[in-house]
Design a binder for this molecule. Sequence first.
Ligand code: URC
Length: 285
Amino acid sequence: MAITLGGNQYGKAEVRLVRVDLDGERHRVTDLNVSVALSGDLTDTHLTGGNAHVLPTDTQKNTVYAFARDGVGEIEEFGLRLGEHFVRSQPAIHRARVAFEQYTWDRVEQRPHSFVRNGSGTRTATVTWAEGGVHVVSGLTGLTVMNTTDSEFWGYVKDGYTTLPETTDRILATAVDARWRHDALPSDWAKSYEQARNDLLAAFSDTYSLSLQQTLYAMGQRVLDNQPGIAEIRLALPNKHHFLVDLAPFGLDNPNEVFYAADRPYGLIEGTVRRDDLPEQHSAW
Ligand SMILES: O=c1[nH]c(=O)c2[nH]c(=O)[nH]c2[nH]1
C-alpha cells in the first residue's frame, strides 16, 4: 500500500469587494463575496513544500480587486474574466473556480447615493474555468417564501413512531436555495437571473402542494421550461414548519390562525431537475 496525494485545490476565500459605479449624480453599488479556488500541478508544495507553482492566495485576492478597477458587471462575466486569467497566466494551474455571493442594495427612493440592504435572498454564481471546458452555475440562496394555504400533507407512511397529524390545510414556507447550470451561456446574465428568480417564485406560489417535494419539482420544471439554455437545476428547500398551536387548554379554538414558527429541526428537501438529453457535468458544481 502506498499513500498518495488526492484531489486538492487552494485559493482565497470570501474576498469582500464593494464597487461603487459613478453614473453622474447617481451611484450604483456592487457588493460581493468572492472565493477563488485553483487546482493543477501542485504536488510539490504538498510533498516537499516547493512553492514554484504556487500563486499566493494573497495575490489572488489582489487580482480580484485589480480586475474590479475595470468594472465588475454581472458576476458570471467577472468570474469568466478571472478564471481565464488564472488559468492562462499560470502554466501550472489547470482549473480555476470562482464563486460569488452578491448582496443587493436597493436605492432609497429618489436618493442618488443612499441604499438599503435587501434581505430577500442572495444571488450566487460559480464559474469553473479549465482548458477542457468552462461551466457556469448561477443561483440564489436564502429566498424565504410562504404560502398561507394551498398546501396539504397526508397519505404518508405511518409506523410506531409517527405522531404527525395529516393535514389538508397548512402553511408551506421555505428558504429557497437553487443553483442552475447553463448549457448555452446567455447573452444577458441579469435577464436570465431575473427570469429564473421570477419563475421560482411563480411556481412556488402557483403550485397547489401535496408535498414540498412536489413543489420542488414544479419549481425546477418551470425554470427549465422557460430557459432552454439551462441544463439542470439543483434545489434545497428547508421545510420551515409552522405548527398550529393547541389553544384548547385555554378554552379557545384555533381555525388555522395561530402558529408556532419552529426554526429547528426542519425537514430538508433536496432534488435535481434536469434535461435528460444533455450529459451531466459533475465538475461544474
Ligand atoms: O412536504 C412535506 N414533505 C415531507 O417529506 C414531510 N415530512 C414531514 O414531517 N412533513 C413533510 N412535509
